[in-house]
Design a protein. Structure first.
Length: 429
């Protein structure tokens, strides 16, 4: 008979248990799949190494452009204006990389997990005949999978997350790659190695848009250089292109790249104008349904670009002592996760991160094709296989009421979202 080995704590956790005076930080005990750098100041997704490929694909073309094209255009314009061609390209690239860091290295809007599941109440199984069980009713404990909340006068169902043990606020989904619930979840982008959510969506769009402009800029000045060669040597375009092979490579590269980043830019302009997320567009299809988040073209753009970014609900650098309840909470959850992994049990609550539905754009959506046809206003969870250790069936409950933090998020879903109240986590203390 197979017996699961005792759960093993991480090295950081074991060191903390050796001495009661040793303190750990929240990011060192974090339950998600994120990677932290600079002492918890930067948070990335588990696929952070793909970020180096993205940086490589931006810097190398710029280096080729500056060395073989812009450098030869320095003296081709009067008043030394040619130097601005190289300077503008470098400024474009630096700002592009800065936006990339803002997108991938910050909290996208992670909602802290609850220490305890919501309370539940007893229900009775009326399908069993009382005579079969000695005239008594067989009680069972049940927690509703969904609850209703109002968003701009429209009833929207919110779902229970078995992993985070909370009712997800409107527009929130659980990413299986990062293993977190993220506010206003758009998608998980492998090119930036991070979830795209409420706190980094505007930077993601600005990054994609600036990359598109950079491709167009390099593409245009490569043709300008070819035109100058044609006039200087009195040759046709094909002979001029042979004299600058670097320009040919850059023209082909930027032409291909602009179809991807340019198409992604156009797609997100459409999403912003209709106040949708990528996840909602792929899954809910608001074409024939009322979108409760749509506030008009102008207000939709104001909401994305001219509202204050909501503060993070997590303080990853907060200290957690060995004797504090927060430390025991992390350790108990870690032991449970390790035990379930050793027993070969998997979660059935994950919504995102399965089969990619739009690989060319780097968008990953739900693997369940039936979920993609789900109703936005009904939000019925049709998946089976509830997580065995955090199933909502079998918990003691005294209330089914929606917590104040969910109501606050629903009320502010069209604009600035305030910090949720009542969510117990070490990061908020």
């Amino acid at each position: 008979m197979y017996v699961a080995p005792p759960p093993q704590l991480s090295v950081a956790t074991q060191r903390g248990t050796d001495d009661n005076t040793v303190t750990r930080r929240v990011y060192q005990l974090w339950e998600g799949s994120n990677k932290f750098f600079l002492g918890g100041r930067l948070i990335f997704g588990p696929d952070v190494r793909s970020l180096f490929l993205t940086i490589f694909m931006i810097i190398v073309p710029l280096a080729i452009f500056c060395a073989f094209v812009a450098n030869n255009l320095l003296d081709k314009f009067s008043h030394h204006l040619g130097i601005f061609i190289m300077a503008i390209a470098i400024i474009f690239t630096v700002s592009d990389l800065f936006l990339l860091l803002l997108t991938s290295g910050r909290d996208p809007g992670i909602i802290p997990r609850n220490e305890n599941p919501p309370e539940q109440e007893e229900d009775y199984d009326t399908s069993i005949s009382p005579a079969e069980w000695g005239g008594g009713q067989i009680s069972r404990l049940r927690l509703p999978r969904t609850k209703d909340t109002m968003v701009n006068g429209v009833a929207v169902k919110i779902k229970y997350c078995d992993t985070c043990m909370l009712y997800r606020p409107p527009r929130c989904s659980h990413c299986s790659i990062c293993n977190n619930c993220v506010e206003r979840f758009d998608h998980h982008c492998p090119w930036v190695g991070q979830c795209i959510g409420q706190r980094n969506y505007r930077y993601f769009f600005m990054f994609v848009f600036s990359t598109t402009l950079l491709c167009i800029y390099i593409f245009a000045f490569c043709w300008v250089y070819i035109k100058i060669i044609m006039e200087a040597h009195q040759i046709n375009v094909w002979r001029a292109m042979l004299k600058t092979p670097a320009s040919i490579v850059l023209i082909i590269y930027t032409f291909i790249a602009v179809w991807f980043v340019g198409g992604l830019t156009a797609f997100h302009i459409y999403l912003i104008s209709t106040n949708q997320t990528t996840y909602e567009n792929f899954r809910y299809r608001y074409d024939n349904k009322e979108n409760p988040y749509h506030r008009g073209l102008v207000q939709n753009f104001i909401e994305i670009f001219f509202t204050k970014t909501s503060p993070s609900k997590n303080n990853f650098r907060a200290k957690v002592t060995h004797e504090s309840p927060d430390y025991k909470f992390f350790c108990s959850r870690l032991e449970t996760d390790t035990l379930d992994t050793n027993m070969g049990k998997g979660g059935g609550d994950l919504e995102i991160g399965g089969k990619p539905s739009w690989p060319s754009l780097g968008i990953e959506t739900s693997e369940d094709s039936e979920d993609l046809q789900g109703d936005a206003l009904e939000g019925i969870d049709t998946r089976s296989g509830i997580h065995p250790r955090r199933s909502s069936w079998g918990r003691k409950s005294g209330s089914w009421e929606i917590t104040p933090d969910i109501i606050a998020l629903a009320a502010g879903v069209g604009g600035e979202v305030s910090r949720a109240n009542g969510v117990n986590t070490p990061g908020n203390r």
